[in-house]
Design a protein around this ligand. Structure first.
Ligand code: HEC
Length: 297
């Protein structure tokens, strides 16, 4: 084994396996554990030192034992070290353990007595690699049977359902803390003057060209009256601005240009203009919109 992986590969390899394991198991947030906790660095350094020390000691011991050998033994070890991996004692032993093959000379012992028109059969051992795999499968089957058929473990469908349910909860949780991701179902009317001022700015830049700076209407409809083509109220107006009006009328979907948060502000601003009676308003389009969700008097 020592021959296959030289020390200059082995030491870094073991070191990085330990290093990776520490980073994996120690929860250090967004910074690497060895920076966040100096003790980890110290520990890793000691490990590295020990690895090198062990390598040096082992090679020193090897050297000394080698010197103590007789010439004959030395020659034998030399010869063995020169052998390619596939011919080395270690590899051959491993292969023998895994396959338990009989050498071809012993074939006569394995021969079964029957003879089918000259075709004979050998009674070879089952190769241990196969036998152990088979035992493994039996063990797996037993555990599987108990876990899923007797104890009622979740099958794939159940797992999927649970994950989907959890994902829904996670998304709802995320939406709460990320107002930028609101949609027409969760949007609320803003009334703070800072928000409305921001909305006004967005309106002046993007919308005034068609709806006029006072929203009295020009190419687009008057936004200050009670008449709405697609419904009034924050949810409808948010929906119209996000997805646009009818094809070819000129009102594009603004979701590509404006963030939901910005659409919320400009929609709130538009709604704050209700009843502001600008001069020369455009004739009303659409129907008078009544808020069904408002408390009835
Ligand atoms: C290119 C011209 C144009 C621009 C720019 C424009 N609109 Fe419009 N808007 C229109 C037209 C035209 C309609 C009517 C659409 C229809 O009839 O389908 C409309 C409809 C609307 C409606 C629906 C009114 C109702 O009666 O339901 C709202 C709300 C609205 N626009 C808001 C905005 C906002 C906010 C902006 C800026 C982000 C904007 N518009 C930019 C042309 C425009």
């Amino acid at each position: 084994m020592k021959k296959i992986i030289p020390a200059y590969v082995r030491v870094p390899l073991i070191f990085f396996i330990i290093f990776g394991a520490m980073e994996y198991f120690i929860d250090s947030g967004d910074r690497p554990a060895f920076i966040k906790y100096p003790m980890v660095s110290v520990f890793l350094f000691v490990i590295l030192f020990l690895l090198v020390a062990i390598e040096i000691t082992i090679s020193a011991i090897d050297n000394i034992t080698y010197q103590l050998l007789t010439e004959e033994q030395k020659a034998k070890i030399e010869a063995e070290n020169k052998l390619p991996l596939k011919e080395s004692e270690w590899y051959k032993n491993l292969l023998q353990k895994l396959t338990k093959t009989e050498p071809i000379e012993n074939e006569a012992n394995l021969l079964l007595s029957h003879d089918y028109d000259g075709i004979k059969e050998l009674d070879n051992n089952l190769p241990p690699w196969w036998v152990y795999l088979f035992y493994g499968c039996i063990g797996f089957a037993a555990i599987y049977l108990v876990r899923f058929e007797i104890m009622g473990g979740d099958n794939q469908e159940m797992e999927l359902k649970k994950e989907l349910a959890q994902a829904k909860i996670d998304v709802a949780e995320y939406m709460k803390t990320a107002p930028d991701l609101m949609d027409e179902k969760t949007v609320t009317l803003l009334t703070e003057s800072a928000d409305l001022a921001a909305g006004k700015e967005i309106f002046t830049t993007n919308c005034a060209a068609c709806h006029r700076a006072d929203a009295g209407g020009q190419i687009g409809p008057n936004l200050t009256d009670e008449h709405w083509l697609f419904g009034g109220g924050i949810k409808n107006v948010f929906h119209t601005i996000t997805n646009g009006g009818r094809d070819g009328k000129g009102m594009i979907a603004w979701k590509a240009t404006l963030k939901p948060k910005e659409i919320q502000k400009v929609a709130s601003y538009v709604l704050s203009l209700k009843g502001s009676n600008p001069k020369d308003p455009k004739a009303p389009d659409g129907d008078i919109w009544v808020d069904d969700s408002a408390p009835k008097k």
